[in-house]
Ligand binder design. Structure first.
Ligand SMILES: Cc1ncc(COP(=O)(O)O)c(C=O)c1O
Length: 379
C-alpha cells in the first residue's frame, strides 16, 4: 500500500468486538484470564496493550521495519536502544544532535561504563576512524538538530555492518514520510513521537522501529522489564496524528521552503541552515536519501542579543521548546534544547549563541512571513 493508506490503516483493523473504525483506547491495567495459562494474548498492560500494539504495527509498517516499540518519550526510546549495550561497549555518535540525547549519553550512560566518541558523521573517514574493537553502536541524526548537517545513511549502514555494529538513526525531523533509514541500511530508527508523528503538541512519546531480529527480541524484553511504556490515550493520539502525517508534512515543507528562501535573502540574517537551499553543502546527498526537506530551519542572527530580539518579536511563532506540531515555534538552541552541550562542542557544528531555530507550522504562509519580517525588522 502507499504511505498514506498505510498511515491510516496499517495495524488498525476494525475493533473485533464492535467494529469501531478507530482503534479504541484500551484504558486498562490488566486482562481477565479464562483459567491458568489461558488468555487472549494480553496479561498485563505494561507488557501488552491493544492500542499500543496498533500503533507499534503501524510504525513498523511505515518505516519498513520488522517490529515497532512505543515508549513514554523520545528519550525513553533512545534509552531502550542504549540499554542494548553493556559496560565496556563503545558508541560512535554524531557530535551534533538533540541536546537531551547528548546529556543522556554523557551524564547517564557513561556512568555505566559505556564509552562514546563524538564525531562529525558527515565525514565518513573520521567516522570510520572513530570505531574501535568495542564499538557496538553508530548513532546519528540526519539532518542534525539544529545545524542540519547531512550524513550518508547508506555509507554509514555499510560501515556499521562491516564493523559488526548497529546503526541507529534518530529520524524525528524527517519522519518516515520523507526518509526511511531502514531502507538505506539502518538497523534501528528512533523517534520522539511528541513531534511530527503526533503533530499536535498534545502529548509526549517515543518509538523505536527495528529491522534486526536480535535487537527486536531484546527491545521487547526491555520495554517490559524497564517499563517506560506510553499510556493507551497517548498511543491513540499518535495513531490519530499519523493519519494526517503526509498532508501535514507536505504543508510544513512547502511553508518552510518559502521561508528558508526568504530568510536567505534577508539582509539581517547571516546564514540559513535548511537542506532544501541550493547553498546547503549536504543538499545533493540529502536528496539521494530523502524525498523532502522537512519543516525545520535554523538561522544565524549574529549574537545572543539579536537572537533574543527575534525571539521576543514573533507572535505567531511561539517561543517554546519542541517542534513538529501544527503550530509554528521559535527557540534558542544554545540556551534551551542544547543547554547541556558544552560551548566548545556546540560551536564545532555551528551551534552558536546567535542561532535561532524555527519549527515551521502549517498556518497560512503569509502570516508566518509577516511575523518573521516584523521580528527581524528590529535588528
Ligand atoms: C531529534 C530529537 N530526538 C529526541 C528528542 C527527545 O524526545 P522527547 O522530548 O519526546 O523525550 C527530541 C526532543 O526534542 C528531539 O528533538
Amino acid at each position: 500500500m502507499g504511505f498514506s493508506t498505510d498511515a491510516i490503516h496499517a495495524g488498525q483493523e476494525p475493533d473485533p468486538t464492535t467494529g469501531a473504525i478507530s482503534v479504541p483506547i484500551y484504558q486498562t491495567s490488566t486482562y481477565v484470564q479464562e483459567e491458568l495459562g489461558k488468555h487472549k494474548g494480553y496479561e498485563y498492560a505494561r507488557t501488552q496493550n491493544p492500542t499500543r500494539g496498533a500503533l507499534e504495527r503501524c510504525l513498523a509498517t511505515l518505516d519498513k521495519g520488522e517490529r515497532g516499540f512505543a515508549f513514554a518519550s523520545g528519550m525513553s526510546a533512545i534509552a531502550a536502544v542504549l540499554n542494548l549495550l553493556r559496560s565496556g561497549d563503545h558508541v560512535v555518535s554524531s557530535n551534533n544532535m538533540y541536546g537531551g540525547t547528548f546529556r543522556f549519553f554523557d551524564q547517564v550512560m557513561a556512568g555505566f561504563g559505556v564509552t562514546f566518541t563524538y564525531v562529525d558523521t558527515s565525514d565518513l573517514d573520521a567516522t570510520a576512524a572513530a570505531f574501535t574493537k568495542a564499538t557496538k553502536l553508530l548513532y546519528v541524526e540526519t539532518p542534525t538538530n539544529p545545524s542540519m548537517i547531512i550524513s550518508d545513511l547508506r555509507a554509514l549502514g555499510a560501515l556499521a555492518r562491516e564493523r559488526g555494529a548497529l546503526l541507529c538513526v534518530d529520524n524525528t525531523f524527517m519522519t518516515p514520510y520523507f526518509q526511511r533509514p531502514i531502507e538505506l541500511g539502518a538497523h534501528l530508527v528512533v523517534y520522539s513521537t511528541t513531534k511530527y508523528l503526533n503533530g499536535h503538541s498534545d502529548m509526549v512519546g517515543g518509538a523505536v522501529v527495528s529491522a534486526d531480529s536480535k535487537a527486536s527480541a531484546r527491545l521487547q524484553f526491555l520495554q517490559n522489564a524497564v517499563g517506560a511504556v506510553p499510556g493507551p490515550f497517548d498511543c491513540f493520539l499518535v495513531l490519530r496524528g499519523l493519519k494526517t502525517l503526509a498532508v501535514r508534512m507536505d504543508r510544513h515543507e512547502s511553508n518552510a521552503r518559502t521561508i528558508a528562501d526568504w530568510l536567505e535573502k534577508h539582509p539581517k540574517v547571516k546564514k540559513v541552515f535548511y537542506p532544501g537551499l541550493k547553498c546547503h553543502p549536504g543538499r545533493a546527498l540529502h536528496e539521494k536519501q530523502s524525498s523532502g526537506y522537512g519543516g525545520m530551519i535554523s538561522f544565524e542572527t549574529g549574537s545572543i542579543d539579536n537572537g533574543a530580539k527575534v525571539l521576543r518579536g514573533t507572535k505567531v511563532f511561539a517561543l517554546a521548546e519542541s517542534l513538529g506540531g501544527v503550530e509554528s515555534l521559535i527557540s534558542h538552541p544554545a540556551t534551551m534544547t542544547h543547554a547541556s552541550v558544552p560551548r566548545a562542542e556546540r560551536e564545532k557544528s555551528g551551534l552558536t549563541d546567535g542561532l535561532v531555530r524555527i519549527s515551521v507550522g502549517i498556518e497560512d504562509l503569509d502570516d508566518l512571513l509577516a511575523d518573521l519580517d516584523k521580528a527581524l525588522s528590529v535588528l
